[in-house]
Design a protein around this ligand. Structure first.
Ligand SMILES: Cc1cc2nc3c(=O)[nH]c(=O)nc-3n(C[C@H](O)[C@H](O)[C@H](O)COP(=O)(O)OP(=O)(O)OC[C@H]3O[C@@H](n4cnc5c(N)ncnc54)[C@H](O)[C@@H]3O)c2cc1C
Length: 402
């Protein structure tokens, strides 16, 4: 029987035997798993199928950058039995290449067609590659379990590396590679690391820490040229310096891969547009996680993806819960150093700050219109609950009128 006949048989059998709804979920990250889990928690008794191009059981992507060497089973969100018990069917190594929203069918890369009643898109994002990505084998990006395995192999076999990108992921990778005794150069094109979240005093403490960890930081610069035959062996920078290297890891952001939405009526540009119930512009299609923008906000954080997945499931079950665009705080932590960042620390009407340079500790709160609009802590972990609460509750500027 060919795929088409098989599909019509399946469809007929399904129509004949039950009228239960079929939910298909594209992707197997936290947004997808949270959606599937919530559907079952709400007693949804139709079929739930997850289609993902990933070969692994859904896993904890956040942990990939918290250590260098991983065992697949230690990262899994649930074991295979959990999916069986919940009657959630996992179709791994299956890439969706198109959604026919009129016929309500997914098209898979293996030419199979999958009918659905409700479809949740949870396809996340891919690591951004530089535009001039050379054809060198030792230029890496970092997003998936496979990327983590590859990086750990490079770390074992080599001595020097460049990490491009001074955001949280770049910092985490630079620290992991330095822990593995590599000579690390961290390159950032902006004048500061964690540029969106830092203040000069905090940036100074961060620099001092990285220097102690023997990470060579270069700001205000980019790679202008790479040299080598089949591998990049040296990088010329826009500041005219030249660095020898054994490999380069790019941590320069993410982008959603939405090619499979071409020729559909699902409204998207770089991201899929959803409302607060995770509905897209097309009936019976929902989207959540790193692939979406909700009212102009792209959260790209774990907890937001998890909440959005749950809300997509609630919408399908007619439980009207709206997503709150509450951006989670950011944390960078390594060994003796911790940095907590929430909200906008760079612009304010008023601020309160306390620097203890001797002990590398710093605390700052910013206020706009009299309300807390940002919090930043360096090496003040014990203050995190207070800082988060002050920021979240938009606490009033304590010295108003004094
Ligand atoms: C190394 C790393 C560390 C991180 N650390 C933190 C952290 O500390 N805190 C935090 O809040 N966030 C962190 N994040 C971000 C967080 O992991 C993401 O926000 C979250 O994983 C997004 O989940 P998602 O389900 O939307 O997408 P993803 O996790 O990206 O999953 C999407 C899945 O869809 C599959 N897919 C894509 N396209 C298709 C297709 N066409 N057909 C079939 N399958 C497809 C992909 O293979 C993938 O498995 C980190 C991210 C990375 C990469």
């Amino acid at each position: 029987m060919n795929h088409l006949q098989e599909y019509h048989e399946q469809k007929k059998a399904q129509n004949d035997s039950n009228t239960k709804r079929r939910v298909v979920i594209i992707g197997s990250g936290i947004a997808a798993v949270s959606a599937a889990e919530t559907l079952r928690r709400l007693n949804f008794d139709g079929a739930i199928s997850i289609y993902s191009e990933s070969a692994q059981l859904p896993y904890e992507r956040r942990l990939l950058s918290k250590q260098l060497y991983h065992k697949e089973t230690q990262l899994s969100l649930h074991d295979a039995k959990w999916y069986e018990e919940k009657d959630i069917t996992l179709h791994l190594k299956q890439r969706v290449i198109h959604i026919d929203t009129k016929r309500k069918e997914l098209h898979l890369a293996n030419h199979q067609l999958v009918p659905y009643d409700e479809c949740i898109i949870a396809t996340g994002a891919k690591a951004k590659q530089p535009h001039d990505f050379y054809d060198y084998e030792n230029l890496l990006t970092y997003r998936s379990f496979e990327d983590a395995v590859k990086l750990s192999e490079y770390a074992k076999r080599n001595r020097r590396c460049i990490v491009v990108g001074g955001g949280i992921l770049g910092l985490e990778l630079a620290c992991l590679l330095a822990d593995a005794h590599l000579e690390v150069t961290l390159i950032e094109q902006l004048p500061s690391l964690l540029a969106k979240h830092m203040d000069p005093a905090a940036a100074h403490l961060l620099h001092q820490y990285l220097k102690k960890e023997k990470i060579h930081v270069m700001l205000n610069t980019q790679i202008s040229n790479l040299y080598g035959i089949s591998r990049a062996e040296g990088a010329e920078l826009t500041n005219k310096k030249y660095i020898n290297t054994d490999f380069i890891v790019y941590a320069i952001g993410i982008q959603a891969d939405l090619d499979f939405l071409k020729n559909t009526d699902i409204k998207h540009d770089q991201l899929i547009h959803v409302d607060r119930n995770m509905r897209t512009s097309t009936a019976h299609i929902y989207a959540c996680g790193d692939a979406v923008e909700c009212e102009g906000v792209h959260a790209s954080l774990w907890k937001n993806a998890e909440q959005q997945g749950a809300i997509a499931a609630m919408t399908i079950c007619n439980k009207q819960q709206e997503y709150e665009n509450a951006i989670q705080p950011l944390l960078f932590q390594h060994d003796q150093f911790s940095c907590f960042m929430a909200g906008n620390i760079r612009q304010s009407d008023q601020y309160i700050e306390c620097l203890d340079e001797e002990n590398s500790k710093f605390e700052k709160y910013t206020y706009q219109n009299g309300m807390c609009s940002g919090a930043l802590l360096i090496n003040r972990k014990e203050q995190i609950p207070y800082a988060w609460n002050t920021y979240q509750s938009k606490a009033a500027y304590p010295f108003a009128g004094k």
